[in-house]
Design a protein around this ligand. Sequence first.
Ligand code: SF4
Length: 110
Amino acid sequence: MPDDRRPSRFSVDLFPAARGWIRDAACVGEDPELFFPLIERESEPQVARARAVCHRCRVLLACRRWAVEQGEDVGIWGATTAAQRRAIRRKLFGGPAGQATGKTVRTRRE
Ligand code: SF4
């Protein structure tokens, strides 16, 4: 039986590492397309709308960490664009920034 609370952009089957936090995502019920703007520039209104949802999300840090670790290179995750996540990966791990690192990202709040 499908879980109506599960955001349609997420699937625990596809993202098993997100199992611990995915059900608390604020993007439950939001249009998944909102989080995949054609242009991921800070100044784009769609990016701002997606990030506004993320900023009221209880699992923002877990989501961001997951997206960085997974090398998610498309879409808004944890209020970050793909370019921002690449910069985080470069800063934390060096080397190619567009790929999953397999390394764990630690945040101050976790
Ligand atoms: S931080 Fe944003 S993308 Fe991540 S679960 Fe929360 S609302 Fe969804």
